[in-house]
Design a protein around this ligand. Structure first.
Ligand SMILES: [Zn+2]
Length: 127
Protein backbone atom coordinates (compact mmCIF):
# COMPACT_ATOMS: atom_id res chain seq x y z
CA UNK A 1 0.00 0.00 0.00
CA UNK A 2 1.52 3.26 -1.15
CA UNK A 3 0.43 5.24 1.89
CA UNK A 4 1.86 2.87 4.51
CA UNK A 5 -0.16 3.17 7.69
CA UNK A 6 -1.99 6.25 6.52
CA UNK A 7 -5.69 5.84 5.81
CA UNK A 8 -6.73 8.82 3.66
CA UNK A 9 -10.41 7.90 3.87
CA UNK A 10 -10.44 8.10 7.64
CA UNK A 11 -8.84 11.56 7.42
CA UNK A 12 -11.37 12.73 4.83
CA UNK A 13 -14.29 11.46 6.85
CA UNK A 14 -13.18 13.26 10.01
CA UNK A 15 -12.35 16.37 7.99
CA UNK A 16 -15.89 16.39 6.56
CA UNK A 17 -17.39 16.07 10.04
CA UNK A 18 -15.37 19.00 11.35
CA UNK A 19 -16.04 21.11 8.25
CA UNK A 20 -19.78 20.49 8.38
CA UNK A 21 -20.52 23.41 10.72
CA UNK A 22 -18.69 25.92 8.58
CA UNK A 23 -20.27 24.53 5.47
CA UNK A 24 -23.70 24.83 7.00
CA UNK A 25 -23.25 28.27 8.57
CA UNK A 26 -21.32 30.02 5.86
CA UNK A 27 -22.15 27.94 2.82
CA UNK A 28 -18.52 27.17 2.24
CA UNK A 29 -17.32 23.99 0.60
CA UNK A 30 -14.18 22.43 2.05
CA UNK A 31 -11.91 19.80 0.58
CA UNK A 32 -8.92 17.95 1.93
CA UNK A 33 -6.02 16.84 -0.24
CA UNK A 34 -2.82 15.04 0.61
CA UNK A 35 0.18 16.73 -0.90
CA UNK A 36 3.74 15.66 -0.18
CA UNK A 37 5.19 18.74 -1.85
CA UNK A 38 4.04 21.24 0.79
CA UNK A 39 6.34 22.50 3.52
CA UNK A 40 5.96 24.65 6.66
CA UNK A 41 7.59 27.47 4.72
CA UNK A 42 4.95 27.53 2.04
CA UNK A 43 5.76 30.59 -0.01
CA UNK A 44 2.49 31.25 -1.83
CA UNK A 45 0.36 34.21 -0.82
CA UNK A 46 -3.19 33.64 0.35
CA UNK A 47 -2.47 30.37 2.12
CA UNK A 48 -2.22 30.04 5.86
CA UNK A 49 0.08 27.44 7.27
CA UNK A 50 -0.21 25.25 10.37
CA UNK A 51 2.67 23.10 11.46
CA UNK A 52 1.87 20.73 14.32
CA UNK A 53 3.05 17.60 16.05
CA UNK A 54 0.81 14.69 16.78
CA UNK A 55 1.32 11.10 17.83
CA UNK A 56 1.10 8.07 15.66
CA UNK A 57 2.52 4.66 15.01
CA UNK A 58 4.83 3.57 12.23
CA UNK A 59 5.42 0.13 10.82
CA UNK A 60 8.58 -0.94 9.06
CA UNK A 61 7.94 -2.47 5.63
CA UNK A 62 10.96 -4.74 6.02
CA UNK A 63 10.86 -6.22 9.54
CA UNK A 64 7.22 -5.37 10.39
CA UNK A 65 8.35 -3.82 13.65
CA UNK A 66 6.09 -1.00 14.84
CA UNK A 67 7.09 2.00 16.90
CA UNK A 68 5.15 4.87 18.44
CA UNK A 69 6.11 8.50 18.02
CA UNK A 70 4.68 11.63 19.57
CA UNK A 71 6.70 13.74 17.17
CA UNK A 72 4.80 13.07 13.99
CA UNK A 73 5.00 16.30 12.00
CA UNK A 74 1.83 17.35 10.21
CA UNK A 75 1.67 20.38 7.96
CA UNK A 76 -1.56 21.93 6.78
CA UNK A 77 -1.93 24.76 4.35
CA UNK A 78 -5.34 26.25 3.79
CA UNK A 79 -7.03 28.78 1.60
CA UNK A 80 -10.59 30.05 1.32
CA UNK A 81 -11.53 31.69 -1.94
CA UNK A 82 -15.03 32.47 -3.22
CA UNK A 83 -16.58 30.22 -0.59
CA UNK A 84 -14.40 27.30 -1.53
CA UNK A 85 -11.89 26.09 1.02
CA UNK A 86 -8.96 23.87 0.25
CA UNK A 87 -6.80 22.22 2.85
CA UNK A 88 -3.66 20.41 1.83
CA UNK A 89 -1.86 18.25 4.29
CA UNK A 90 1.36 16.37 4.57
CA UNK A 91 2.46 13.86 7.18
CA UNK A 92 6.17 13.44 7.54
CA UNK A 93 7.57 9.96 7.29
CA UNK A 94 10.00 8.12 9.52
CA UNK A 95 12.05 4.99 8.96
CA UNK A 96 13.06 2.00 11.01
CA UNK A 97 16.25 2.54 12.98
CA UNK A 98 17.09 -1.17 13.05
CA UNK A 99 16.91 -2.14 9.37
CA UNK A 100 19.50 -0.97 6.93
CA UNK A 101 17.99 0.94 4.00
CA UNK A 102 14.59 0.89 5.61
CA UNK A 103 12.08 2.80 3.49
CA UNK A 104 10.48 5.95 4.91
CA UNK A 105 6.93 5.13 5.94
CA UNK A 106 3.87 7.17 6.81
CA UNK A 107 2.32 7.02 10.26
CA UNK A 108 -0.99 5.62 11.32
CA UNK A 109 -2.67 8.29 13.44
CA UNK A 110 -5.65 7.32 15.51
CA UNK A 111 -8.97 9.00 14.99
CA UNK A 112 -8.94 10.88 18.31
CA UNK A 113 -5.77 12.64 17.25
CA UNK A 114 -7.07 13.32 13.77
CA UNK A 115 -10.15 14.89 15.36
CA UNK A 116 -8.06 17.25 17.50
CA UNK A 117 -5.96 18.25 14.51
CA UNK A 118 -9.05 19.04 12.45
CA UNK A 119 -10.63 20.96 15.33
CA UNK A 120 -7.56 23.13 15.72
CA UNK A 121 -7.44 23.60 11.99
CA UNK A 122 -10.97 24.95 11.73
CA UNK A 123 -10.54 27.15 14.81
CA UNK A 124 -7.49 28.56 13.07
CA UNK A 125 -9.44 29.03 9.83
CA UNK A 126 -11.91 31.44 11.44
CA UNK A 127 -9.24 33.67 12.99
ZN1 LIG B 1 12.76 -2.58 10.23
Amino acid sequence: MAHGGLDPNAWREIFKTEAANLEEEKKHIWDLEFDDSITPKWPQQGWSVCNWKTSGRFRCDLCRRTWPSNLVTVVFIMRLKNGRGIVKTRLYRQNCKICKNAPMVKPDVDSTNIHSLMESLFVHSTL
